[in-house]
Design a protein around this ligand. Structure first.
Ligand code: NAG
Ligand code: NAG
Ligand code: NAG
Ligand code: NAG
Ligand code: NAG
Ligand code: NAG
Length: 383
């Protein structure tokens, strides 16, 4: 309820606001260009993203973080959508440097996120994140980015079982979240809760969407009281447990089969969010005695991460490669590994140390800038 915004604007006022935003956007872009002049040159920037062919050739996930004083793209305290888990500034995070980095691909420039353009392109359409709390986290970042672009527009909220939506009424755009830890099913049976590696029943709702962004990983290694199932079913066998990476591969393949057989690629764009890294092991960034992200205030420079890629990323790539339909991998793993400074740590309502989720504003705004580029600036690619 807290994120209901119900001020109505006459259409002329709306146009005025849109123009105002456009001008402030342009002037921000200009000041950022100047900031970058020393490094790259204004010509290079302004010629980027011209032809779609050129964009397709660039791997926008290969790059580094650069200081950019025009960031963050919004003030988190002005965003009415942020849960207590992710609202770092509100819960006392004192440093602000982590908000001031822009992702700079090595071989091209990203288009700056333009919320009005995003909403116009998706007018009348539905976009849905499907996954665990990392999806919730990214969904809220996107809502903040869009809200900052149209702060006075009519945004209503709808909660319907496992689906939460924010509806940008003036554009008839649904931005939804479908909560699913594993994408595949857990069913209550006589013996208890069974994780069914071969079963995916929620797809009927998903396939009606125009854009789907899937994610699952966080829960596959959960055990003990945090594990939300008692048995795992693999084909005809019901097991107490099995190799978790193998289970992940099988579950993801069930999802891949569903995409292969059911998604209508003319209607629905499918994106899979790469593995989101956490930062509890300082060995991965050459600080062997560090066991969390609590003292981290700066990103790692450069394009590579000492700890290397998590094993699960190889499973994701393998499984996505078997899908005949176009699926884009939102390959945020390495760029997020470089952001040991991006997590809430203890700056959340619960004071627990969280080096898994991400502060909003923050790193996931970049995920959404990449999502924007992937949706509207990349040619549909075959996988
Ligand atoms: C917002 O949109 C909803 C749905 O179209 C409408 O019922 C409501 O009256 C609108 N609110 C305002 C303040 O315009
Ligand atoms: C990333 O970009 C750098 C510089 O352009 C290049 O040397 C490197 O091979 C690229 N890495 C990948 C994985 O594409
Ligand atoms: C997807 O379909 C193609 C052919 O249509 C098939 O070769 C491939 O094995 C399927 N992949 C999955 C994961 O079902
Ligand atoms: C931390 O990472 C290093 C290098 O990847 C690994 O050898 C070590 O086992 C990890 N430590 C823990 C506690 O997971
Ligand atoms: C790490 O901790 C060990 C044992 O407490 C200590 O001997 C070592 O100097 C520490 N290393 C660094 C790099 O701080
Ligand atoms: C942060 O660093 C300080 C000083 O080195 C240390 O006392 C503290 O335990 C560290 N905090 C965390 C969460 O690692």
């Amino acid at each position: 309820m807290e994120y209901l915004t119900t001020r109505k604007f006459s259409s002329s006022l709306l146009i005025f606001v849109a123009l105002l935003l456009l001008f402030s956007h342009l002037s921000l872009a200009t000041s950022r260009d100047h900031h970058d002049l020393g490094r790259r040159g204004i010509l290079r920037r302004s010629t980027k993203w011209r032809s779609k062919q050129e964009i397709k050739r660039c791997n926008m996930y290969n790059g580094s973080w650069v200081f950019d004083d025009s960031y963050p793209l919004y003030e988190s305290l002005d965003c009415p959508f942020i849960r207590k888990e992710f609202n770092c500034i509100k819960y006392g995070r004192p440093d602000r440097l982590y908000l001031k980095y822009r992702w700079q691909p090595n071989d091209c420039d990203l288009p700056r996120f333009d919320g009005i353009d995003f909403l116009k392109r998706l007018e009348g359409k539905k976009i849905m994140f499907v996954g665990d709390s990392v999806s919730l986290n990214q969904w809220q970042s996107l809502l903040c980015l869009l809200h900052a672009s149209v702060p006075h527009s009519n945004i209503t909220q709808q909660n319907d079982g496992s689906v939460s939506s924010a509806i940008f009424q003036d554009y008839e755009v649904y931005v939804s979240l479908f909560n699913s830890h594993y994408l595949i099913d857990i069913e209550e049976e006589d013996i208890g809760r069974v994780l069914k590696l071969d079963s995916l029943k929620n797809g009927d709702l998903w396939k009606e969407m125009d854009v789907l962004i899937f994610n699952t990983w966080l829960w596959w290694y959960r055990s003990g009281p945090k594990q939300p199932w008692d048995y795992v079913q693999d084909g005809d066998s019901i097991l107490k447990d099995m190799d978790r990476m193998e289970a992940f591969r099988k579950g993801l393949t069930t999802w891949a089969n569903w995409v292969n057989s059911t998604v209508d690629s003319r209607k629905t764009r499918v994106i899979f969010q790469g593995i989101s890294p956490s930062h509890y092991n300082g060995t991965e960034w050459n600080e062997p005695n560090v066991t969390n992200c609590g003292n981290e205030t700066q990103p790692i420079s450069g394009s590579s991460y000492l700890g290397g890629l998590p094993r699960a990323t190889y499973v994701v790539k393998d499984v996505l490669n078997q899908i005949a339909k176009p699926v884009h991998l939102l390959d945020i793993t390495t760029l997020s590994q470089l952001r040991k400074d991006g997590h809430p740590s203890s700056y959340n309502a619960f004071r627990g140390m969280d080096c898994t989720h991400w502060c909003i504003a923050g790193v996931q705004d970049t995920w959404n800038e990449l999502l924007y580029a992937a949706l509207f600036y990349l040619i549909q690619e075959r996988n």
